[in-house]
Ligand binder design. Structure first.
Ligand code: AQP
Length: 344
């Protein structure tokens, strides 16, 4: 579905991270690092720990509480400042669930049936998956549009869900004869780190739910663990590091390691290969391990400090919920009026 983007409100960023399992390097480079860079470029940003999304799969209540704080700690440790950006927990702002219901009546079954993440996560037994898992992308559209966010920094895996959010926004505007009411949110996806792959299989994305612990670098891994995982990462039998970017074709594991080095060092793949092309993995892997440890250990340390005394996290989340509510509530009021709900 297409619509002239006539939205004229301010630019605003929204993004979320699920409190499910340990955050990994893919979450950091595909999301957290981008959030901080955008904040430091002056964007208004609303960043959410999406606990309503987390319960679409079974999760222990106590674990959910802990993991919610862990994600908030990671956001703060990665450089998000709760005074500059809004950091909050999704379930503390009711606009998300209310708008989801309205969007459930706008989105079409056929759109949701095409979502590959639902197919991947529900597996062969989709009849037993929760209705929430199927509806997940509609909640995601509500997350973004409850704030009329115009830009969404995410990893490449979220491209399809983002397209669905645009379709829901466009259809809402059309169905309720409210042109330009919702923006058609754009992804901020490109750039190094958009798709970090498993350290054990360069064709599979690095993921929290991969049972192979050595497939990912967790943000809470210590220096020795990071070095060991990089040393054991899969390469191939084609020989040393290629001299050119073309030489990375057909070498997904090596391309992934070069991409990680590039994203962490702020260089291009070409620059990395100018330095390491022709050298062996015995040279490249230790250099990558040092870079990863240098980059991640201050974040890990800050995360641990915050988690040792969670009062600072909780205060930031309370304040974030107030700020988020103050943006979302007037928008939901407008939505109620546009939809035609009774108002006293
Ligand atoms: N491998 C990745 N490379 C780049 N970005 C990634 N993201 C996730 N994996 C990669 C981005 O991280 C943000 C938060 O993701 P999430 O936790 O909300 O959802 P997810 O995609 O379900 O994370 P995982 O690790 O892949 O979990 P599972 O294993 O449960 O599927 C998003 O912006 C995402 O794009």
């Amino acid at each position: 579905m297409t619509e002239e983007a006539t939205y004229s409100g301010p630019n605003r960023i929204f993004s979320g991270i699920q409190p499910t399992g340990n955050l990994h390097l893919g979450n950091y480079l595909g999301a957290l690092k981008k959030f901080t860079d955008l904040q430091n470029e002056g964007w208004e940003g609303i960043y959410c720990v999406v606990d309503l999304h987390a319960i679409t799969m079974p999760v222990e209540p106590a674990a959910l509480q802990d993991q919610t704080r862990q994600i908030a700690a990671a956001m703060m440790a990665a450089g998000l400042d709760p005074d500059t950006s809004t950091i909050f927990v999704q379930s503390s702002v009711r606009a998300h669930t209310e708008l989801t219901w309205i969007f459930n009546c706008v989105a079409r079954m056929g759109w949701l049936e095409k979502m590959t993440q639902f197919k991947d996560k529900s597996g062969k037994d989709s009849e037993r998956a929760s209705v929430g898992l199927f509806d997940y992308p509609v909640l995601q559209a509500a997350d973004i549009l409850a704030y009329k966010a115009t830009h969404v920094p995410v990893g490449e895996d979220q491209k399809q869900h983002l397209e669905l959010s645009r379709n829901i926004a466009a259809r809402f505007n059309q169905q309720f004869d409210a042109p330009g009411f919702f923006p058609l949110p754009e992804g901020l996806i490109e750039g190094p780190g958009a798709r970090i792959m498993s350290l054990k299989d360069g064709t599979k994305k690095m993921s929290k739910s991969d049972p192979a612990e050595n497939s990912r670098i967790n943000l809470i891994d210590d220096a020795d663990t990071i070095a060991r995982k990089i040393k054991k990462s899969k390469t191939d039998t084609h020989g040393d590091m290629p001299e050119t970017v073309e030489g990375l074709e057909g070498r997904p594991e090596v391309a992934n390691l070069v991409g990680i080095y590039a994203a962490l060092s702020g260089q291009s793949d070409e620059q990395v290969l100018a330095e390491f092309g022709g050298k062996g993995f015995g040279t490249f892997k230790p250099a990558l391990a040092d870079l990863a440890v240098d980059h991640l250990s201050p974040i890990t340390q800050k995360m641990r400090e915050l988690l040792d005394d969670p009062a600072e996290i909780d205060a930031a989340l309370r304040k974030g919920a107030e700020k988020a509510n103050a943006v979302a509530e007037p928008i939901i009021e407008e939505v109620r009026r546009v939809v035609g709900f009774w108002q006293a």
